[in-house]
Ligand binder design. Sequence first.
Ligand code: RB5
Length: 142
Amino acid sequence: MKVFLGADHAGYKLKEKIKQFLEQKKIGFKDFGTNSTESCDYPDFAKKVATAVQKNKGSYGVLVCGTGTGTAIAANRFSGVRTVQATSEYLSKMAREHNNANVISLGARVTPEKDALKFVETFLSTAFSKEERHVRRVKKIG
Ligand code: RB5
């Protein structure tokens, strides 16, 4: 499994915690930054992660900004990228099972670290259901 990570200044610290978590789980990742709390623009990091996910079949993206909204909106502009703005474990699970989401977007200012790590764990360990109706619906998204 390959995971691409990206965050803006608001998501930087949580991204670093997610990296530690992935290291513990021995999950391979590539970090596109940002690498400090200095102000920067979330669409730049969403673009890096989204294009990496487009190019690497079966890969996943994890994005973090203040709310999880900006990075989700930006990443979803890229064809074949399906991003969930995860605010619960249920959404993290359903986004994989029903929507075959390949990117999870988290809000560092609104989601406690422990919860965010759980959402990432659930997202990465849940398979797409592959039931015909779900496959059909995801295909219709294009
Ligand atoms: C940065 O202040 C904040 O706007 C950004 O991290 C994000 O929440 C945008 O959606």
